[in-house]
Design a protein around this ligand. Structure first.
Ligand SMILES: Cc1cc2nc3c(=O)[nH]c(=O)nc-3n(C[C@H](O)[C@H](O)[C@H](O)COP(=O)(O)OP(=O)(O)OC[C@H]3O[C@@H](n4cnc5c(N)ncnc54)[C@H](O)[C@@H]3O)c2cc1C
Length: 391
């Protein structure tokens, strides 16, 4: 029999959201414990492409991304350690039919304070020599955006939380959540019992399973996503901006060592069992991706394959996060990040700590991300929406 350990809060999941929340709770004086069934950043966070941009069609998401961007930019002062933020500039390329939405969204971003502007295809060919620019007229440009290293970011959040008294227990699978008198009282795990008045579900692709431990039927499915690294040919050695390219249903960004990381927006299976996962990219993915990147950067046909891998995130029906309290008192949800959760994690951690400790988030109003929206049949949509990102 192991002794029950106590904590001010139990956070289930040692990904970017569990560690961000641990940091923010610890900053407020709590001593949370993060329980991770494998190791820090083992799942979506460790596989994440790490894009850091603010371009969304939904204002609350842009606000979360903008708050978060300022952490990435000022990481050493704000958190400490290194998040690997690299400024590359970011381009959002859309089909001509979405040009009006793009303009309206950039206006919304500028109103929030985000450095963003609309540029022409000609501007893009100057910003990114080597890009094919004949198939669109305008793009959004964020000169300050780029990418960070998700594993280092999670590590730095956890280190900073631990310096303030938080704990991390790895190789620790939560198997049950204990409830007394309608309130959570802790969890049972492969490493014994932990008692705490607050339990947070930050279990990524496993969040629906964790929800069932308190009888909640969360609308969070699993989403599989593969990515590839290509080594650019010598002629393309100059780093290019980070890009979301709706025209070609892909995104890409540079990586050190003359690499380019690419992911596709289509063909990401929903509903697979993440415990059956194969970390290798699926058959056919490499060919499809190479063909796609060569459409935008024709010189890439002289590139070479470096590596490819895949991972799982949790996806909600409207492809937006669920940030709420639900089920027994003291049980909170930070899940359903739908393949875009890395870049908003610092802001989400700040807001969830306010929601938990003060009853309401003030950094950004996260009430639109409530769980109830699904049971009343609504979904979060941008005022000038682009449709679902993932198909
Ligand atoms: C390939 C890929 C590329 C991506 N690219 C980007 C990008 O460029 N930009 C962006 O913003 N987002 C991106 N995303 C999405 C982003 O990475 C995720 O939204 C984010 O990492 C989710 O973090 P998380 O902490 O919620 O989940 P995770 O990192 O998956 O962490 C959840 C943790 O919970 C643990 N866990 C589960 N069940 C239990 C249990 N019972 N007990 C204990 N621990 C448990 C898991 O082991 C896991 O480590 C990408 C995702 C993938 C898969």
């Amino acid at each position: 029999m192991t002794e029950t350990q106590t904590a001010d809060a139990v956070i289930i999941g040692g990904g970017i959201h569990g560690t961000s929340l641990a940091f923010h709770l610890a900053e407020r004086g709590l001593k949370p414990v993060v329980l991770e069934r494998r190791f820090l950043g083992a799942e979506a966070t460790g596989r994440s492409s790490g894009l850091v941009r603010m371009h969304y069609d939904l204002e609350p998401e842009s606000r979360l991304a903008w708050v978060s961007f300022q952490y990435f930019r000022d990481w050493e002062d704000r958190v400490g350690g290194d998040c690997g933020f690299t400024r590359t500039g970011f381009l959002q390329i859309v089909e001509q039919e979405h040009a009006d939405q793009l303009r309206a969204n950039v206006t919304m971003h500028q109103r929030i304070g985000i450095p963003a502007l609309v540029v022409t295809a000609e501007d893009v060919s100057r910003l990114a020599p080597g890009f094919y620019t004949q198939d669109f007229e305008i793009a959004a440009y964020e000169p300050e955006s780029g990418y960070a290293d998700p594993s280092s970011t999670a590590r730095a959040f956890m280190d900073a939380a631990q310096r303030r008294g938080a704990r991390l227990v790895q190789d620790c699978r939560v198997t049950g959540i204990t409830v007394q008198g309608g309130r959570v009282s802790g969890v049972e795990s492969s490493r014994g019992e932990f008692s705490a008045p607050i339990v947070v579900n930050a279990a990524g692709a496993w969040s629906a399973r964790v929800g069932r431990m308190v009888g909640l039927d969360l609308p969070v499915d699993t989403w599989r996503h593969d990515t590839i690294f290509i080594r650019r040919p010598e002629a393309l050695r100059r780093e290019h901006p980070s890009v979301i390219d709706f025209q070609n249903e892909m995104y890409f960004r540079p990586e050190t060592g003359r690499l380019t990381l690419i992911g596709l927006e289509d063909g990401n299976p929903v509903g697979e069992d993440p415990d059956e996962q194969d970390e290798r990219a699926r058959p056919g993915f490499v060919d499809r991706t190479v063909e796609r990147i060569c459409r935008r950067i024709p010189g890439m046909e002289h590139g070479s394959l470096h590596s490819a891998h895949g991972g799982y995130d949790g996806i909600s029906p409207d492809q937006r996060a669920i940030l709420d309290q639900a089920g027994p008192e003291g049980f909170y949800l930070a899940c359903g990040f739908s393949g875009t959760g890395f870049k908003i994690a610092p802001g989400v951690g700040a807001c969830m700590s306010e929601r938990i400790l003060d009853g309401q988030a003030v950094t950004v109003d996260i009430s639109p991300f409530n769980l109830e929206r699904f049971s009343i049949g609504t979904r979060l949509e941008g005022e000038h929406g682009y449709e679902n990102v993932w198909r």
